[in-house]
Structures are given as structure tokens and as C-alpha cells.
Design a protein around this ligand. Sequence first.
Ligand code: NDP
Length: 341
Amino acid sequence: MTSDKRVTGWGLIGASTIASEHMISAIRAQSGHDVVAVVSSNAQRGQAFAHTHGVARAYDDVASMLADPAVHAVYVSTTNDLHCSQVLAASAAGKHVLCEKPLALKVADALAMNTACRNAGVVLGTNHHLRNAATHRCIRELVQGGAIGRPLFARVFHAVYLPPHLQGWRLDKPEAGGGVILDITVHDVDTLRYILGAEPVEAVGLTQSTTMAREGLEDGVMAVLRFDNGVLAQLHDAFTVKHADTGIEIHGEKGSIVGRNVMTQQPVGEVLLRTAAGEQPIAVEHTNLYERGVAAFCDAMRGEGSPAATAEDGVRSLATAIAVVDACRSGTAVRIPNFFA
Ligand code: NDP
């Protein structure tokens, strides 16, 4: 398997839940791609993870895995504080990198990751899965095709219940990049940027810390973003809500689009268009979000196109999420700089 030069070998940096539940199968769904190595800071857990998933080699340090010639690309899904140093190491070793969101804890670090990968001639992608959903692609087409006229408002309903097996560092480790804003709001931002084709310029918000988060972290947030096309977007994100629906709404001068059950990892949900002509369900063909994202990344590695969400997209979603954090802490409106003007 690993000696076959026709196989593009992937190394996993992080023996994580998201790798187990979604990404290993998404990589293996690509013709000519396989997961050949994993790094865990805990050698025993790394071995067990490799055994469970049929991964040939487990390493307990990143440098050794990056020196493995069978590893051509890496997928980084450690806790958020580790992404920056690991991506910099991977780019220095000449490996393409698909990195989890948020790219880093600081915008300066995310910008450095982008620059390092560009200078090394390797692809850096951000694993914002939602823009790969058939529902969000359909909503984007409707909005950008003029189906609702000028978009005025957006509302994102992304208050969920963090499942018990994920109730760890997100809730009590600020130093690891925990909290609902870096976890969920960052996805809302990417999805809205994708759908609207516009950039957020200003943020306000209030957070909540109730039944789950500790150590100064937030487990709920309501925020409003202003986009550079004038759209106001309201975001509701939480770890603590067991029985709410997820969704997204885009309201324009001539109509509204309602996406139900669409802020999810699963290929599900429905899209409705409401105009003067009435309400019309829009047919979508659901496909696996992660497989589609990895497919675009594989094309980009071959020099064809860009990752579904680029490094620049990851910088922008992080910058906006940090602006939301700052706005909530300061109780004031925070401007969002455009780092790519
Ligand atoms: P996990 O908590 O499962 O994994 C994060 C790290 O925690 C791993 O790298 C691992 O360290 C360590 N770890 C994992 N399991 C255990 C365990 N049983 N005991 C002790 N340590 C453990 O996090 P997630 O998979 O939920 O998230 C990882 C990253 O992926 C984050 O950046 C997150 O934001 C992102 N994410 C993205 C999603 C998306 O849809 N795009 C969805 C979910 C998460 P080590 O590697 O050293 O073993």
C-alpha cells in the first residue's frame, strides 16, 4: 500500500474524532489516495487509532511523520492551538496541508501559515465543510442568480448540543482554542461569505456561559455582522441547546430563501424559495460534504483549481470570529480588517 508510487499518501496530524468519524473515509473515497500514517502525542492511543482504521504507521512526533516519504499530504485536526506550528512544519517539509478550522488562534499566525505554504509551493486548504453542502451551494446560486433581488438580511440558526464525546477541551481549555465562537461561529462566517459573495466588516455580540463552558469560555453567543454589501446577519450559536432546529435564511428585496436543517455535517436539509409567486421547494442532490471538500483539495494538489475553502478563506473566517470575541468582551462594535485588500 505505502510503497505504491501511484498512491498519494496522507498523514493525519491528530488522532481526532473528526478524522475517525468523517475524514479518513473522505480521503479513502478519492481514487489513488490513502491514509498511510497518523501522529498522536500519545503513542499508545496513536497505535490503537492506527489499528482501528487500518493505517500503516503511527508516529508520536510530527517531525518523524513529516520525514516519511510515503506522506505527500497532511490533514491537521489537533486542538486549535497546535494548528499553526504543525502547518508551518508540514509546509517546511514540502507537504500539502488540509487544516481544520479555525486555522489558528491569532490572525497573524493564520497569515503566516498562508505565506509559508505559498512560499513552499504547497496547497493549504481550510476544512470548512458547509460550503460543500448541496443545500448551501444551491442557496448561493439562488442568491447570486438574483432569485431574491438585493439581499438585505441573513439569519443563521446553529445552536446545537455538543455531544458527550466532544465535551472536552472545547469547554474548559481557553489555551487550546475552546469556546463556541471559534468552534461554530467560524463556520457560520464562512458559509455566509460563500453564499453572499461579500465580506463581513463589523461585528457586535453577546455571549453566554451557562451549563457547559468553564474557565471564562462561552457556550452560547448571539452576534450580528454587517457585510460590505450592506447585509446584516444574525448568528445564534450554542453547545447547550438540545431541541432546536438548525437553519439559514437569506431575506432579499424580492424574496426569501429558507434552508432547514442545513447547519450540519450530514448531507441533509431542504431549501425553500419564497417570492411573490409563492413558496417553492428547490430540489438538491445531496452528497457527502467532506468527500466533496477532499476531492477539491486533491484537484488543487494536482494543480487544478483551489481547495473548496482556501487559506485566505480560513484567515477571513478566523478574523471575523476573533472580531466577534472582541465585540462580546468589549461590548462595542468591532471593525473587521480586510487583510487581502
Ligand atoms: P478531538 O478532541 O477528538 O481531538 C483533538 C485532539 O485531542 C487529538 O488530536 C488528540 O490528540 C486528542 N484526543 C482525541 N481523543 C482523545 C482521547 N480519547 N483522550 C485524550 N486525547 C484525545 O477533537 P475534534 O476531532 O472534535 O476536533 C479536532 C479539530 O477539528 C479542531 O480543530 C476542530 O475545530 C476541528 N473540527 C472540525 C469539524 C469540521 O466539520 N470541519 C468538525 C469537528 C472538529 P493526539 O493527536 O495527540 O492524540
